[in-house]
Structures are given as C-alpha cells and as structure tokens.
Design a binder for this molecule. Structure first.
Ligand SMILES: Nc1ncnc2c1ncn2[C@@H]1O[C@H](COP(=O)(O)OP(=O)(O)OP(=O)(O)O)[C@@H](O)[C@H]1O
Length: 428
C-alpha cells in the first residue's frame, strides 16, 4: 500500500489565478480521504495534480518514498473515476472492464476472471455482455469504477463520482463504494462538495476553502470540533447559528458573552473562560447548533426571542426565532486578503525551480479571484437575522410566541473574529 504526501503544493493558473495555495497533506497508506469544499475551492485541481493531469506550480508530491512530482500520469499507478465515467460505447461491460488489462497484456483467462470478479463486487455481473447505452446511469458508473480499479492501482482517485445519479442510486452506490474501497485497501482520495458523502465515506475529511485546507480530521472531529467558523458553517443542516458577541469579564474573572441586549454566561470551569478572562472587550463569534438550545418556560433563561415562522421539513420542524442578535455569515467570515505565494524551500524539484522567479514576482502582486464575486458591503459578514432551530414538533408553537431558550454552553463553539477557534483542537 502507498501513502501520499503533498509538500507545499501550489497551483497558479495562467500565471495569475491561485487555485491551490501551499497545501501540505499526508494521506497514510490505505486511508480514504475526502476533499470537501464549496465550488471553486481547488478540490479538483488538487486531485488532478495527484493524478499528474495538471502541472504543479510549486511543491512536491510523494507516493510512499518516491517523489512523483515529475512522473507522467501513466507511470503513477493511479486509477481515476470522474463524475461522468466515460465508457467505450461500442464495448460491453466486460470489454470495458477488461480494456486496461488487455493494454497491460495480461493473460486473457486471468484477465477475464479478474473482470468478472470486479463486476460481481460491483453487482454488474448480470450486465457483462451489454453495451453502455443499455445500462442505467448507476450501472454505467459502476462499470467506470470497475474499469478503474481492475488493475489494482496504488492510489484510487475519484472526482464527484456520484453527482450525476439520482438520490436513491446515489445512496446505494455510496454505501457499496465505501465497502468496496475498504475491502480493496487502496489509498483513496475522493472529491465532493456533498457533506453527507464526505461524512459517511471518509476516514478523514479535509475541508477546503480558497485553495487551502481549513480543517482536517475524522468526520466526527470536523463536525463536532470544527477548526474554523467556515467549517462549522459548511457542515450540518440546518447551518450552525453564528452569533457575533463581545467578551465581558466581570468580578472574579467571570466571563459573559454579550449578544446585544442578551448575554450568555460561561461557567468558570469552561476552558474557554480561562482563555477569555484576559480579553475583556474582545469580539468573538459564538457557534450554536440546535442541540445547544432547549426550549423552556423558565423565565430566567439565557436567550429570549419571538417565533417568526415554522417550516415543516418532514421529520422535523425548523423554527426561525427573532432574538435581535447580530449573526455572522460563515461563508464570509475570515476571508483573508490574498496570501503571498511562499518562497520555495531548498530541495524542491527542477520543475518547481523553473517557476521560482515567477512565484517571486507573483509574491506581492498575486490577487486571488474568488469563485463568487467579492462582497460589496464593507461589513457583509454580520446581519440581523433569525436563530434557526430544529424542533421535533410544532405543538404549542405559533408565530409571535415568546421563545425562551436554555443554552448548553458546553455545546457552543467559540471562534475569534478571524473565524479561528479560540481553544485548542483535539485531533488524533
Ligand atoms: N484550467 C484552468 N484555468 C484557469 N483557472 C482554472 C482552471 N481550472 C480551474 N480553474 C479555477 O481554479 C479554481 C479551482 O477550481 P477547481 O475545479 O479545482 O475547484 P473545485 O473545488 O473542484 O470546484 P467544483 O466543485 O466546482 O469543480 C476555480 O475557481 C476555477 O475557476
């Protein structure tokens, strides 16, 4: 099995567009890593650089102990599956899966046995003698996966392989794909913008934004213990509530989070209290999912609001509660002015060295063009909006009701104004 290591990998398109920004990453042998992030964050570019389909502007890629930065794609031993796994239209399922083995001049009987075995695992053995046009989208994608893995690659790379399938097929193939990749024990990098795919499939998830990895950890770690407000906002539905607050330190170093006219007191034993009790007046962002709140009739609660509306979402209701709070848009928090491209360190490849002068020139000049147009509002991250809460039923609730919320402070996430966690992350 082969692990993958990326050392300060950078991609600048056309000498001016910074698509991947100094990414360093280690994928241990056999790991299933998911690259997750919004459109345009650089996931596909990173995957294509690992595959060798995209030149690397700076940095190095290692498979095991070999630096493969300069190696052509064919010599890397990677298998690739794209969104639309293109098949040979005039070849049957069997012939499509056999093709890479024939190219490798494998003994025909052995090759056929392997192709049938893979088809069986992917549950397309009943379609072995059919042409792609007679298959469903899900079956065609299975054939594409079969053709990719039949040569037992060192590394398996997938770019949104399920995104063209309908919801039922997607769930089914997702589960099978997860099980199959684990059985094969191949180091896998999988690109998606779908958080459910990421959380259900991955051993670890790397959440990307603007060409960088903002957080990496097991699905539980990135969900329960996100490194930044953006990651907290990207994972989970409904989205986490992010509230703008000011730290107030009172007698005996007690810390209160002031949210306009309301406030939340942190228990003195909370480790965040120990950090914040030296930062009176600091601005922070308080993240709270629904599980941090309990509806209560107790008048002495921490947050009070008025129910604006309720939405029925099938297995739950979503309550929109006006609390007069200043809320923060997770997509905009912590958006940094462009980072300078770093000077390459000694020992980089010839390929990278060729770009050194270009990178040096770009260093101060490079301006990242975000996928979406830059916000025009000078303070767009903050707005007055509703707290969004899941409630199990609408019983006893009607618009304009007063809503009292008890807050479980242990379930709050606290970030600085730059969107980074104020306390230390726990990671494996
Ligand atoms: N060949 C190219 N030339 C110039 N810019 C490019 C090129 N390919 C990608 N980009 C830009 O680089 C950025 C990263 O693109 P990439 O396709 O890696 O993002 P992504 O996260 O995979 O997005 P999506 O999920 O939409 O595919 C995008 O904003 C894109 O416009």
């Amino acid at each position: 099995m082969t692990g993958i290591r990326l050392d300060s990998v950078t991609k600048v398109y056309d000498g001016r567009y910074l698509a991947v920004d100094d990414v360093s990453l280690e994928v241990p042998a056999g790991e299933f890593l998911v690259l997750l992030g919004p459109s345009g964050c650089g996931k596909t570019t990173l995957l294509r650089m690992i595959a060798g389909l995209e030149d690397i502007t700076a940095g190095d890629i290692w498979f095991g102990r070999s630096n493969i930065t300069m190696l052509p794609p064919k010599e890397r031993g990677v298998a690739l599956v794209f969104q639309n796994g293109a098949l040979y239209p005039n070849r049957t399922t069997r012939e499509n899966i056999l093709f890479p083995l024939q190219m490798a001049k494998e003994e025909p009987a052995e090759a056929n046995a392997k192709a049938v075995g893979v088809a069986r695992i992917l549950q397309i053995d009943s379609t072995l003698d059919r042409l792609p046009r007679t298959l469903s989208g899900g079956q065609r994608q299975r054939v594409a996966i079969g053709r990719a893995i039949v040569r037992q690659p060192r590394v398996f790379l997938m770019d949104e392989p399920l995104s063209n399938l309908d919801a039922t097929m997607r769930t089914e193939l997702r589960q099978e794909l997860g099980a199959m990749v684990r059985d094969l024990d191949v180091t896998t990098v999988y690109v998606t913008h779908d958080q459910i795919e990421a959380l259900t499939l991955a051993d670890r998830v790397a959440v990307m934004r603007n060409g960088k990895i903002e957080d990496i950890g097991t699905p539980e770690e990135v969900f329960n213990d996100p490194a930044t407000a953006f990651v907290a906002g990207f994972l989970g539905s409904p989205r986490i509530n992010l509230m703008s607050a000011t730290v107030k330190v009172t007698a005996h170093h007690r810390v209160t989070l002031e949210l306009g006219t309301q406030s939340i007191a942190l228990p003195p034993t909370d480790r965040r209290s120990l950090i914040l009790n030296r930062h009176d007046g600091a601005r922070v962002i308080v993240g709270a999912r629904s599980d941090a709140f309990t509806l209560t009739s107790d008048a002495d609660t921490q947050l009070t609001g008025s129910l604006r509306t309720l939405e029925f979402h099938g297995n739950q209701w979503i309550a929109f509660v006006e609390c007069g709070l200043e809320l923060v848009n997770p997509d905009l928090v912590g958006v940094q002015p462009p980072t300078a491209v770093r000077r390459m360190q000694n020992g980089h490849t010839r390929h990278a060295a060729e770009h050194e002068s270009l990178l040096d020139k770009l260093r101060n000049a490079l301006r990242r063009t975000p996928a979406e147009p830059p916000p025009e509002d000078p303070a767009p991250a903050h707005r007055r909006a509703d707290l969004i809460l899941e409630v199990p039923s609408n019983e006893g609730l009607k618009p304009r009701d007063t809503i009292r919320l008890a807050v479980d402070t242990a379930k709050l996430h606290l970030f600085g104004e730059d969107g980074r966690r104020i306390d230390r992350l726990t990671r494996q």
